[in-house]
Design a protein around this ligand. Structure first.
Ligand SMILES: [Ca+2]
Ligand SMILES: [Ca+2]
Ligand SMILES: [Ca+2]
Length: 688
């Protein structure tokens, strides 16, 4: 046995193996190698490693603890794989695996991720590339740190993100239809007014963006559909292509830009055309995107879990929006809305509607960017692009690089060179670009935890936000930057509020952190909910009974099964399995009739053993869930649950379970016997 691994040395001819083994080992519950008394954690780990080494005949030292019964052990003269194999064969070991080193996914190979095109004349840049996606660094503090999110979410369920916008250019090589290897679903064109739609008709199944330019002649034409709809003529914006590329651009494809999304799908819903769009079309688009019925429109075969609305208008939230938002949320979809770009005014609609995730815009440094609106309705903030140097002809340093088209009016096909990326001279700036960063992050959260409800996802997103900077920035005229203050209420005269230090009452919970948010969502999968376990007492039998079943609790509490009465004592348990959280089996025995006797166990061996033993009948495999504690030590956030045994007094076995040490002491004084592990004789750990 001692030499069992020497025969593998022949394989070392071509590559010298690392013979400093590092293995994660989990001891079985009840292993004789686990100390019976808890000393210090370090001494316990060392003792376990030493005992395990003695068992296999080699010297092992202890690394850090990982969880209850799980720790790292080191060995020398053997590879991690070999040691893991040896340890896994031991009867006391539940598993042993090499403790491998992991790395973040390397930066994607999209060339613009690290740096924009070379600046030449009035094209190219930004030098900082897609700074807004990367980890924060130096003065660039608002970056959303997306790479850790990719590590966690690759391969998850493809989540659909709808963009209620101007439509998309399907031929952009970093977008493309799903059928052509891209991320764009067919979507729908919800614009009912043919003139605004600019595609010759009303609603149709093609959300391709034909361009939304407006000429001087159109805005000057009295009685025309675009009379004075804007102050000056406008080129086509390709706004929907720009916003959706931030979530849906193909990433790590060696072309152009990267995006927030991995394994995400984009649902283009066209609702904005020349000079904007009507609420009715926007709302119809929202409902349809979430899978709800819109009369006259075929059902959406790809319902979205996240809706992005990079649009706004004046006024307070209308009943039409409030109704639609409630229905979309009830369908399980999250609605992300840009704050608006009115230079620090109160939010417009629908950003000011309750129930949406309103996103304000940040400068690279993390302060509110001058153009972004703000207010108490904001949930979180994200980069919106800013230039730093605004003198004529110099490049904008921190725009939001994204996909676009060269066409000033109609789109230029990709085959004619029309597909481009915005840069330091054709700069994308606005809260329109902050919202998709949040929408994409929430979609990644859903891809690792699809069951998250909209409000749960938002709470997790906020919990992972990084704090806003509070010092370190000066205005371009050298004066200190001020703290942001609440805007004037909607309807009263608005005061501009340029760059300012965000607060949680003006810019939401903090700066978006995509990696942290997806990690929080992933953690939520192993954190089941809590239940209350209520204790009851039978004075004639001197027996105790506990239950987490709501119906049973109500019945017993109401005194409908006399003489059972509530003792007033309760403790918490979990409602489902999780990391180190296991099911509690509940048994009943009629063998001691008429004395009622229940028994509870979360020992993975006791459940099947009792079930097959004849005396006890299994009533439930998962009455509730608890955390076993073989060492008698309970980790942070949990407390010990004690078990007392009546030692057969009165003719039938009965146990009492309590988190109350005084109750335990009084039971011991009454000759009940404590049962459990460690110095403190702990049965299991339960939520604090
Ligand atoms: Ca149309
Ligand atoms: Ca169309
Ligand atoms: Ca790309």
């Amino acid at each position: 046995m001692l030499l069992a691994f020497s025969s593998t040395r022949a394989s070392a001819q071509t590559a010298i193996p690392d013979t400093n083994a590092r293995v994660i080992v989990k001891f079985k519950a009840g292993s004789t190698l686990l100390p019976k008394t808890a000393t210090t954690a370090a001494a316990q780990l060392a003792g376990q490693a030493g005992a395990l080494g003695t068992r296999i005949g080699m010297s092992l030292t202890a690394g850090e603890g990982v969880a209850e019964r799980i720790q790292v052990v080191f060995g020398s003269g053997i590879t991690s794989e070999q040691l893991a194999q040896r340890l896994a064969a031991e009867s006391d070991v539940e598993y042993a695996v090499p403790d491998q080193r992991r790395h973040h996914t390397s930066a994607p190979n999209d060339p613009l991720y690290l740096a924009g095109a070379t600046v030449a004349g009035t094209t190219g840049g930004p030098v900082a590339g897609q700074w807004y996606l990367r980890a924060p660094s130096g003065e660039v503090q608002s970056s959303i740190n997306v790479e850790p999110a990719w590590d966690l979410s690759v391969g998850g369920t493809p989540i659909v993100v709808a963009f209620i916008d101007t439509g998309v250019r399907f031929d952009h090589p970093d977008l493309l239809r799903v059928a052509a290897g891209g991320n764009l679903l067919p979507g729908y064109d919800m614009i009912s007014d043919a003139a605004m739609a600019n595609d010759g008709d009303g609603r149709d199944a093609d959300p391709s963006d034909p361009g939304d330019w407006v000429t001087q002649a159109e805005i000057s034409q009295r009685g025309g559909p675009f009379y004075q709809c804007t102050d000056t003529p406008e080129d086509s914006s390709w706004h929907g292509t720009q916003t959706s590329a931030l979530v849906g651009a193909l990433t790590n494809n060696g072309i152009g830009m990267a995006s927030v999304g991995r394994s995400l799908r984009i649902l283009p819903v066209r609702a904005l055309g020349k000079c904007g769009g009507y609420d009715s079309d926007i709302i119809a688009g929202m409902l349809w995107a979430a899978g709800l019925n819109v009369p006259g429109v075929p059902a959406n075969p790809n319902p979205a879990r996240v809706l992005n609305l990079s649009l706004d208008g004046d006024g307070t939230c209308t009943s039409a929006y409030a109704d639609a938002i409630a229905r979309v949320k009830a369908a399980g979809a999250i609605i992300v809305v840009a704050a608006g770009n009115s230079t620090g005014h109160a939010l417009g609609t629908p950003a000011n509607c309750a129930g949406v995730v309103a996103v304000a815009g940040l400068r690279h440094f993390g302060t509110k960017v001058g153009f972004s609106d703000l207010g108490p309705e904001i949930s979180i903030s994200a980069p919106a692009g800013n230039c730093v140097n605004t003198s004529a002809g110099t490049p904008c340093l921190y725009p939001i690089l994204t996909a676009a088209n060269t066409g000033l009016t109609s789109p230029v096909p990709d085959s004619a060179g029309g597909s481009i990326y915005t840069d330091s001279f054709n700069a994308s700036l606005g809260t329109s670009f902050s919202a998709p960063l949040v929408a994409g992050t929430m979609a990644l959260m859903l891809s690792v935890q699809p069951s998250l409800a909209p409000d749960q996802a938002l709470a997790l997103l906020k919990s992972a936000a990084r704090p806003f900077p509070t010092t370190g920035s000066v205005n371009s005229d050298g004066t200190p930057v001020q703290q942001c203050t609440a805007p004037q209420p909607v309807g009263s005269a608005q005061v501009d509020q340029l760059e300012c230090y965000c607060t949680t009452s003006t810019c939401g919970a903090g700066m978006l952190d995509a990696g942290g948010a997806v990690l929080a969502a992933l953690g939520a999968t192993s954190s089941p909910g809590l239940v209350t376990v209520t204790e009851f007492y039978h004075p004639q039998f001197n027996h105790y009974f506990i239950t987490a079943d709501a119906g049973e609790t109500a019945l017993l509490t109401a005194g409908q099964l006399p003489p059972w009465v509530p003792t007033g004592l309760k403790f918490k348990a979990w409602s489902g399995p999780g990391t180190n959280i296991t099911n509690v089996c509940r048994f009943f025995s009629a063998s001691f009739a008429p004395l009622s006797s229940h028994f509870y166990s979360n020992d993975p061996l006791a459940c099947p053993a009792l079930k097959d033993g004849g005396v006890w009948a299994l009533e439930s495999l998962n009455a509730f869930y608890m955390m076993p504690s073989p060492t008698g030590v309970c980790p942070a956030g949990t407390i010990p649950l004690y078990r007392l045994y009546n030692n057969g007094m009165g003719g039938a076995p009965n146990h009492r379970y309590t988190v109350d040490r005084a109750v335990r002491a009084s039971m011991i004084a009454s000759q009940w016997v404590p049962e459990g592990n460690g110095l403190d004789v702990v049965f299991t750990c339960v939520p604090a």
